[in-house]
Every structure is written in C-alpha cells, then in structure tokens.
Write a protein of this length. Structure first.
Length: 304
C-alpha cells in the first residue's frame, strides 16, 4: 500500500506533539497554512478524521490519538538513529530563541568552535522546544520567568539580565516624561506573543488593577525592539538584547528602577549533563550571556 506524504506525516507528528499548528509551523520552518494543508491532505489520504476544531484551534480525535501513538514510535527510532550518528560525527546541536542567537551567540561562535575542535556546531534559532531526552537537540537555551521541572532534564540559570522599558528618542519627545510605572499605561505599548510580559513588569511596581492592555503583538522580541526603534511605542527588552541601543542612545530606558523578570536557562538531558562537549557549551554560554555588565549604564543600574 502506498504511504501518505512523508511531509504530511511529519506535520501531523509535530502538531500532535506540540499541540498547536503555530508551534508545529515554527518547528518545521513553514507557515501555519502549510501545516494545516498537510493535515487536510493526510486525512484525505487515509480517509480518517485525525483532528477536529476545538476553541480557536484544533485537537486530536480518538483516531488521531491512536495514529499518533503508532507513528511516534517510528519517529523515536529515527531520532535515536540521528542521535547516534550525531555522536559518531561529533555534531553539537543547540536550539535557542532567535533574538539571543542573533544578538549575542552568533558573534561568539568562533570561540566555541575553537574549544570544541572538530565538532560541527548547529545553532538553530527557534521558539519551538526540542525533546531533549529523545535527542532532538543536544541542549537548548530558553528565556522564561520560572521553569517547570521536566523528567530526565537538568537545568541551570545562566543569565539574569535587567529588563528595560525602551522607546526611541523621537517617540519620547512626543509624550510626557515617565516618572513612575503608572505613567507607562498612558503610552502605546508593544507586545510579544501576549500582554503577559507587560503585566508582570507592571505588577513588579505594584500595579495590579490593570486595564485591558492594547497594542500590536509581534511574537518575537527582536520585532518588538525594532518597532520601538521605529518610534511605534514602548517595548520591554532585556540588557542582552538592547545594551548597544541604550549605550548609543538609539533607545531610551523609561524604567523607574531596575527590574529583573526571569532569565536565560540552559537545558540538557540529565544523562548527558556531564558530557565534555556539553560542559564546554555550558561554560561558553555562561561567559557569553552571563558576563558582568560591560556598559557604564548597565553597571550603574545593577548596583542600585
């Protein structure tokens, strides 16, 4: 019997594992429309309903759950094979959120390469989360406010930067000076995937009775920072992403006082935590992301 499209099966597996079309599309580096089309084509090919509408998204049907239970074993075998061949070929794969990969890690990659010798380094900027136990990646770096424990996965906080409310000088010239956190609510705000980041920032200053926060949602931190540079509003960004902007005056910090919300975490499978290549990677990341502040501005804020 002819197999369905492998791309369609791959899209279904990613959707079933991540729980959303958006997350699957991020992982596969295709648009959500493509993932949805693959799901439809797979159902038509099998003549079985695998997914069904649920709220504003989709969920697996009972048939879809059973089908995923079968095909995930095949994907596990392939991931194990990839992991074994990767070890043989001395490859090190790091999944990392896009902003920090571009702004901080890319420039320092030659240092890591010199320490690892003949390893082939694969840096994959993505918002998706790999299954580290199954060998989808050797390690990952995430930025999060608190981290839930995962079975068989070890974690370490490697950087805890300050968070700044930033806007362009041109934008600031059009609005009254921000003297306290409540003044921020009078300004156009720029959000990432949701309003949660701003809510946490405002709650840090004791503002809990919040109105509905409005403003564009741009999904990625590097997009919110660029929108702030273009004078479209106020964005939240940590020092690792906007240090040079603050030093050069391209962006201004409107924060009444220093704030730290969450941090950058290094994650790897517990069984591999002590592997020499991961020890080198972890030390390099701590040096690259967790170094003491280098700008006078950041140093002064950190001392407060």
């Amino acid at each position: 019997m002819r197999l369905p499209s492998l791309n369609a099966i791959k899209a279904f597996e990613a959707f079933a594992r991540t729980g959303s079309v958006k997350a699957a599309s991020d992982e596969l580096a295709v648009s959500p429309t493509v993932v949805s089309r693959h799901l439809r084509n797979l159902q038509q090919d099998l003549n079985v309903t695998l997914v069904e509408p649920h709220g504003r998204g989709l969920r697996l049907t009972s048939a879809g759950t059973a089908y995923y239970g079968q095909i995930r074993r095949s994907f596990d075998i392939m991931r194990q094979a990839n992991d074994e061949i990767r070890r043989t070929s001395r490859t090190l794969t790091l999944w990392c959120i896009p902003g920090i990969a571009n702004q901080r890690l890319l420039a320092a990659l030659p240092q890591l390469q010199s320490r690892l010798g003949n390893y082939e380094i694969i840096l994959q900027p993505t918002l998706s989360r790999p299954d580290l136990v199954r060998g989808e990646a050797d390690a990952e770096v995430v930025c999060i406010n608190g981290l839930d424990a995962q079975p068989d996965v070890s974690t370490e906080l490697i950087a805890h930067p300050l968070v700044h409310a930033v806007a362009s000088p041109a934008f600031c010239s059009r609005f009254p000076e921000v003297r306290e956190a409540a003044d921020i609510l009078k300004l156009p705000l720029i959000h990432e995937a949701s309003t949660l980041y701003w809510e946490q920032w405002l709650e840090y200053f004791g503002i809990t009775d919040l109105p509905m926060l409005r403003g564009p949602r741009l999904w990625h931190a590097h997009l919110t920072i660029e929108a702030a540079r273009l004078g479209q509003g106020v964005a939240l960004a940590n020092t690792l992403l906007v240090e040079q902007d603050l030093v050069t005056g391209r962006l201004l910090d409107l924060s009444p006082r220093p704030v730290r919300l969450g941090g950058y975490y290094f994650l790897a499978a517990t069984k591999r935590w002590g592997d020499p290549d991961l020890v080198v990677l972890r030390r390099w990341l701590k040096e690259t992301l967790g170094a003491p502040p280098t700008s006078a501005l950041d140093a002064a804020m950190a001392a407060e």
